[in-house]
Design a protein around this ligand. Structure first.
Ligand code: FAD
Length: 489
């Protein structure tokens, strides 16, 4: 490799999101005399702070957007280069026209929103700070929006938006299908009809903003937002209402019409059917969404919150990465792709190993951190010719979040994923207070959904991990008069 020494790095990490930053920090601290480069398209990086291990597998942390200089000050051997990678030559171990050479590379380029349709100015995706700001600007003048999707972003959005009617289009029978079952959805739905509690006036998270064209170089490549992305920005429409959400279940968007196209199609129907009264009820909106359930809604704009697609394009041409069904870079239990010396972590990758029967991949903040950290450790172990076991965090799926202002803890096969009929559910629910669901199979606990301040997470996590036979306890397991924590101590 006849390379300019300034551009030869032992480790190169692509992506300034949680996965990339965690990986680069891990490598820079473990090899203080090795050159590490972090290449990122956005001017700000994401940093994990206030990390708290809540229990064996549950973790909580805050995330701050910071200028990249913060990382370089902390790790003198780490260089952050703001540049969007456009090509990778895996055989030559080089990245891009920048001619950066690496010994080991980790791709952490995240995902981009899977939009209903590309290049329609009335269809917005929310992914990074720029798109959240655009959404806020458009919302401030809006009277009605259509939100499409049933994942975490849609759930947060419909709850947070005030002063604007929301038509929420979900393809499932219940809301929040990605995270929980119809029972939990039933528990949460009344929150959409009540006023939101007052928020603390200050935002505990530091945010930095970069003005002008340097911000994203015109590219939609910022890091994904995460929990509390809406904190500190007002999500208020043009009307004087609090919540006004109606849900269209088991529907998808069939067609999107502009104002003119829609009027034309209505006119044609009117003429073909020899109607005598023109249907004025449609109102006058900039855009119309026709749903598969036959209804059509006019609105100011449509939010497409239908998941993300792994950001792999710049890396594929000329290389032979194995891709998973969801188009992610397939990685083995050492976070290695199928190209030599190239690892991947976070939203861009898909776990290709045989997972523990209590874990599944979900493109979440916590998993981005865990994968980035573990990928860094695997790269280090490879360089040092050490062996390394799959990290314990991949043993049990665990996630803490907030939906509709309730604390939500998800453990293991919380939705009975893959269990089919071979499962038994125990549920305890107190309206407006808590919802507890336990998934059992063969008398062993395999998963749980805990909504509200249940204080059960640690005990249930232990019961899931130790796979104790709980048959003798039956329904008593959820008896609110038994202090279960004491019981299993
Ligand atoms: P990203 O954070 O997307 O970072 C990718 C990085 O790669 C960016 O810095 C980008 O600039 C860079 N990049 C991309 N392409 C290139 C290139 N060609 N060259 C150089 N750099 C490049 N998760 C939760 O756990 N809880 C939540 O409540 C939650 N809410 C969310 C709300 C929203 C609105 C969104 C969008 C996501 C949410 N998520 C949530 C998901 C979570 O944010 C992601 O799973 C996580 O941030 C992924 O981290 P990552 O590092 O893999 O990717």
């Amino acid at each position: 490799m006849a390379a300019n020494p300034e551009k030869t790095f032992k480790f190169v990490v692509v992506g300034g999101g949680i996965a990339g930053v965690t990986c680069a920090e891990q490598l820079a601290s473990q090899f203080p005399s090795a050159d590490v480069a972090l290449l990122t398209a956005a001017p700000l990086i994401k940093a994990v702070c206030n990390f708290k291990q809540v229990s064996k597998t549950l973790e909580e942390f805050d995330v701050e957007e910071r200028p990249s200089s913060v990382l370089e000050e902390k790790y003198p051997n780490l260089r952050v280069i703001q540049s969007a990678v456009k090509a990778l030559h895996a055989q030559q171990h080089t990245v891009d026209g920048l001619e950066i050479h690496y010994e080991k590379l980790c791709i952490c380029s995240g995902g981009r929103p899977k939009l209903l349709t590309q290049d329609n100015p009335y269809v917005l995706g929310i992914r990074d700070t720029d798109s959240a700001q655009e959404f806020q600007k458009r919302l401030s003048k809006a009277k009605r929006i259509v939100v499409v999707g049933n994942g975490g972003i849609a759930l947060e959005l419909v709850y947070e938006v005030e002063g604007c009617e929301v038509i929420w289009v979900v393809k499932d029978k219940a809301i929040g299908n990605t995270f929980f079952d119809a029972g939990a959805a039933q528990f949460l739905i009344p929150s959409l009809d009540t006023d939101k509690p007052e928020r603390a006036a200050t935002c505990k998270r530091a945010r930095y903003t970069i003005e002008g064209p340097a911000a994203t170089q015109g590219l939609a490549v910022g890091s994904a937002l995460g929990p509390d992305w809406h904190e500190g920005i007002s999500l208020r429409g043009a009307e004087e209402v609090s919540h006004r959400v109606s849900v269209e279940y088991q529907s998808e968007v069939k067609q999107i019409y502009t104002h003119q196209d829609f009027l034309l199609s209505v006119l044609l129907i009117y003429l073909f059917n020899h109607c005598t009264v023109f249907p004025y009820y449609i109102g006058s909106w900039p855009v119309y969404a026709q749903l598969t359930n036959g209804k059509t809604f006019g609105c100011d704009f449509i939010v497409s919150a239908t998941g993300v697609v792994p950001n792999t394009e710049p890396f594929l041409h000329g290389n032979s990465f194995a891709l998973a069904e969801d188009s992610g870079l397939k990685v083995d239990d050492h976070m290695m792709t199928t190209e030599p010396d190239i690892y991947a972590a976070g939203d861009v990758c898909t776990a290709g190993w045989e997972p523990s029967h209590l874990w599944q991949q979900m493109r979440l903040w916590t998993q981005a951190r865990q994968m980035g950290w573990y990928a860094g450790r695997c790269m280090a172990a490879d360089v040092l010719s050490e062996t390394i076991e799959l990290d314990f965090c991949f043993e049990l799926f665990s996630h803490i979040t907030k939906f509709f202002n309730y604390k939500v803890v998800l453990l293991g096969k919380f939705n009975g994923q893959g269990l089919g009929l071979n499962q038994e559910l125990l549920v305890r629910c107190t309206k407006g207070h808590e919802y507890v669901k336990v998934v059992l199979s063969g008398g062993r606990m395999l998963g749980a959904v805990l909504i509200g301040e249940t204080d059960l997470e640690e005990t249930f996590e232990n019961l899931i991990l130790n796979q104790m036979d709980l048959t003798p306890y039956g329904e008593e397991l959820l008896n609110p008069n038994i202090d279960i924590e004491d019981y299993f101590d």
